[in-house]
Design a protein. Structure first.
Length: 124
């Protein structure tokens, strides 16, 4: 995952430039087991690359916008669009790279990740 140095992801930047992730991102990463890389401040194209990839994915897979009843339907639509795109690729270098990526994907964990903030409270 390539990300900008937003406070949602980076809790602190240490003296050696190492990013200390927020607790939420650390939990997300330990649940889904992905590698991450923060955008490099002196490399302006990192942020542009991440934004361009997001824009490309949005236009290829979510346009035209349609109403879907829930996230399950959205997931099904995205999977179908990805498979259509894979079928449409000629079997060149891009298709080979995509197929190599697909071979390395892990199965999702059995328990869903609870993307929420936990706030301790005192009972009344």
């Amino acid at each position: 995952m390539l990300y900008d140095n937003t406070t949602l992801v980076v809790a602190r930047i240490l003296g050696d430039g190492t990013r200390q992730r927020t607790r939420a991102v650390t939990h997300l990463q330990s649940n889904y087991l992905f590698r991450d890389r923060p955008g490099r401040p002196v490399k302006e194209n990192d942020k542009g690359k991440a934004e361009a990839l997001e824009k490309t994915a949005r236009h290829k897979f979510l346009v035209p916008v349609s109403e879907l009843p829930d996230l399950e339907a959205l997931s099904e639509r995205l999977l179908a669009r990805c498979l259509e795109r894979l079928d449409a690729l000629d079997r060149g270098a891009r298709a080979a790279a995509l197929l190599a990526d697909l071979d390395t994907l892990r199965a999702l964990p059995g328990a869903p990740f609870e993307a929420c903030g936990l706030v301790p409270v005192r009972g009344a």
